[in-house]
Design a protein around this ligand. Structure first.
Ligand code: FAD
Ligand code: MLT
Ligand code: ZN
Length: 461
């Protein structure tokens, strides 16, 4: 603990857990992007709201920058600490505070893992429906700070829909109690919503009161094989018309190549160019018949070439692994990730434009396409070839992203559907937000954090 500021911090916050070992600095200073070299001052691991308040009061008084940190599964560099910041990890604050059966609300500390929240909700016969593959490691605080989406947005919406209250510590160490679980509250600006997707730049989320709901009826999972990109939205429309969809996700043969190499099982004997995983309510015969009707309609049109319906929970999980395993399967190629969105109705035209842009742009790179197509959200991952330096690779990808950002602006789309802006998408914020909007966001930032100490350099400069 050579930096004299750390002695002052431990004196100001008695009992605070602090980590300064080089391995810890490297581990807590980065997220899944692996693009920046971690270089934090230290890692503070408070175990109470009182300690978070004291850490922030100390940082404020001493002009020390702070990076709020959850599970560091982020894909936009939001939790990266590469400039001597103090990482404020919420990992020790991971407990349930309260469950209210009448309100159907659960209050938890922000460092709780998403999967742990799923499990405690299930103990009460309810669900917290935000869900995605990082569930075991990402935290509720991180989900809120990024307004995380995932595989069930089509049915339940983003994280934003499920937050009934927040406790947030301000940059100077004061505690805000926002909305307090109210259903109705028209008493001025909704600061709770302002904190959602603020990426740690406006305050430290310490507790969240989340809404819970009934579990869905029994569901089936279907894997579909498609001949072309062009029919994707036709298949989506046919299924959405006939079924209560819980999920509708797509990926390409290249994605399947990587997930199967990573242990997922392909139920088809043949390889097809495109795939859809859809989960739908299938509690009765009418729903089963509707699913068959949707499949047969699509097959009759030539939009679907093959299909498999899960007949057991295990098989459903195996099908999901083909889709959910993509991020981990391609991680070793340090992919350049695009996370773009347009209105669903504009998806067919947008897909065509993306294909002609991206198709020719990366002749020497593998490009893996997948995403939450039923939400208008496309993930385009460019894989770094072995042997090409990371800086050169990113520089080449950025040239294409500049063009993609222009297309997005034309389509009134978003450069970040669900991962956040962080460091990765900062140069492209203006493709999605107008100059006036960005100036207003900067004013909000200055009002809440005049010295720019909370997650500096993220979202915008
Ligand atoms: P971190 O990465 O630690 O932080 C993310 C941001 O939130 C940072 O800006 C950080 O400063 C801020 N932050 C964290 N905690 C707090 C807090 N308590 N108070 C204030 N700010 C805070 N994302 C999706 O939306 N949909 C997906 O389908 C999806 N799938 C994924 C699959 C995999 C395998 C992986 C690795 C990631 C996936 N992600 C997905 C991205 C990531 O999991 C989400 O962005 C998640 O919400 C990040 O949570 P975290 O706790 O890891 O946050
Ligand atoms: C996903 O949809 O699988 C996630 O957003 C993760 C990713 O884009 O890699
Ligand atoms: Zn996603």
């Amino acid at each position: 603990m050579s930096d004299p500021r750390l002695a002052s911090l431990t004196a100001a916050v008695p009992g605070l857990h602090l980590k300064t070992a080089p391995d810890d600095l490297a581990f807590y200073g980065r997220d899944w992007t692996r693009r920046w070299t971690p270089a934090p001052l230290a890692i503070a691991l408070p175990d109470s709201v009182a300690q978070v308040k004291a850490v922030m009061a100390w940082a404020h008084a001493n002009g020390v920058a702070v990076v709020p940190s959850g599970g560091r599964t982020g894909l936009s560099g939001g939790a990266v600490a590469a400039n001597g910041e103090l990482v404020l990890s919420l990992e020790r604050m991971n407990k349930v505070i309260e469950f209210d059966r009448v309100d159907r609300l659960m209050t938890v500390q922000a460092g709780m893992a998403l999967e742990a929240l799923h499990n405690v909700a299930a103990e009460h016969g309810l669900i917290y429906p935000v869900d995605f593959a990082a569930r075991g490691s990402c935290t509720i605080g991180g989900n809120i700070a990024t307004n995380a989406g995932g595989i069930r947005v089509i049915r339940y919406g983003n994280t934003r829909e499920w937050i009934a209250g927040l406790k947030v510590v301000t940059v100077s160490g004061e505690l805000l109690e926002l909305n307090r679980g109210l259903v109705k509250n028209s008493s001025g600006y909704d600061l709770r919503q302002l904190m959602i997707a603020s990426e740690g730049t406006l305050g430290v989320i310490v507790e969240a009161t989340v809404k819970l709901t009934d579990p869905p009826p029994p569901t089936n999972v279907m894997l579909l094989a498609l001949p072309s990109f062009e029919v994707l939205m036709e298949v989506f429309a046919a299924f959405r018309e006939r079924l209560q969809l819980e999920a509708f996700e797509f990926f390409t043969d290249l994605a399947l190549k990587h997930t199967t190499a990573h242990g997922a099982l392909n139920p088809f004997a043949e390889v097809y160019p495109y795939y859809v995983v859809t989960e739908y309510a299938a509690g009765d015969e009418a729903a089963e018949a509707a699913a068959m009707a949707a499949f047969e309609h699509c097959a009759g049109q030539g939009w679907v070439l093959d299909g498999v319906i899960s007949t057991s929970v295990e098989q459903a999980q195996q099908i999901w692994r083909l889709r959910e395993g993509i991020t981990e399967a391609v991680a070793r190629y340090t992919p350049y990730k695009n996370d773009v969105a347009v209105r669903i109705s504009r998806m067919p035209a947008f897909l065509a434009r993306c294909q002609s842009l991206i198709g020719g742009a990366y002749p020497h790179f593998e490009v893996v396409w997948f995403g939450h197509i039923g939400d208008g959200n496309l993930h385009i991952n460019v894989l770094k070839p072995d042997g090409l330096g990371q800086d050169e690779f990113v520089a080449q990808c950025e040239q294409v992203t500049k063009l993609l950002a222009q297309v997005l602006a034309e389509f009134d789309g978003s450069i970040s559907a669900e991962h956040g802006i962080g460091l990765v998408k900062k140069p492209y914020l203006s493709s999605t937000r107008s100059p006036v909007e960005i100036a207003l966001m900067q004013s909000v930032k200055r009002a809440l954090d005049p010295q720019g100490l909370l997650n500096p350099g993220k979202l915008f400069d």
